[in-house]
Each structure stands twice: as structure tokens, then as C-alpha cells.
Design a binder for this molecule. Sequence first.
Ligand code: MN
Length: 202
Amino acid sequence: MTLKTFAAAIITVAELPYAYDALEPYISAETLHFHHDKHYAGYVAKLSELIDGTRYASLPLEDIVRQSDGAIFNNAAQALNHELFFAQFSPHPHHAPHGKLLRAIELQFGSLHDLEKAMTSASTMLFGSGWVWLAADGDGVLYIVSKPNAETPLTDGLHPLIAIDLWEHAYYLDYRNMRRDAVEGMFKALDWAKVEERYNKI
Ligand code: MN
């Protein structure tokens, strides 16, 4: 008798939860085809190759991100970051949170508009490729976190709520060098119901 592992099935490409053209005009079908099918799927494929036969092969993606470094970390974090990124948008987004997330935003940032302004400003200030995050600690306290390359607030013990992808592949086809416009577009398609769902799970 042999012991079977199902490691190969753990890391998969999450399908887009909407059509490729569903987020236009904010994110084009062309961008989503490249971003989801080439860049994101590429990280997943590379990660699967790197962890094959290693102790990481049986771990959930979050644990690989927490425990790895180097190439495995880079590809695992990018796989997870993109899962969070694509899942947070909707063609019919809720434009505001309510309940305890809205209260936390108002308490800490003044208003939802002020939070979006602060995240947009952090996005334009981030040098090179990376991510700007809204994250929360275990008590529900919110943080705007800027991270270079593949890094994620998950490794700081925080819960990622919003992922703003600032790699040029995320926006260059649609916005060229206009990063601020790209981030404002992402906020237009952001579904606060999804963000709230993440916050309420903390
Ligand atoms: Mn990306």
C-alpha cells in the first residue's frame, strides 16, 4: 500500500469570478487576459514547479507564504496576492462598506473618501513594483501598508483586506504611466462587500 498525497492539487489558478470584459472601462479585457492568464497563472505554474517534492508541497498557500523565502516566497506571495486582487472586484460593486468596517474606517481615517485618497497617495509614492494594502490586525484596527515586489502584510501578522497591484502589468495597457488614474479605476470596480466579508472573518 502506498501513501497518497494530493499536494499537486493544492495550488491552482482561481478562475476570474466575472467575464474578462466585465470591469471595463476601469480594467480592460486585454489587461485581464494578460494579468490573469499570463502573469498570475505564471506565478502559480512556477510555484508548483518549485515546491514539487519539497515540504511546501502539502501546505496551504498562506502557510507557504509565511514560511518561505527567495523564489518560493516570491511566487507563492504573488499567487496569493493575485487571488486576493481579482476576487475583490465586481461588475456590480457595492461602493461602500457598512457596519463595523465603515465605523473603523471613519474612526481611523475620517471617511471612506479619505481612506481611498490615502491609499491612492501611498500608491503614487511607492517606488517601482509592489502593492499597497488595506490590512487589519486581530483587533480589527486598520493599516495602509506599502510593500515592494511580492511582499504582503500577511507576514506581519495582518489580515489583507484590499490589494492594489502596482506592477506595471496591472495597468500599463490601459493607463500607460498614469498610476494615479489606474488606482482610481481600481477603486471604481472594488466591491466593498468583498472587503467587508474579509474584515468580518477576522
Ligand atoms: Mn499583478
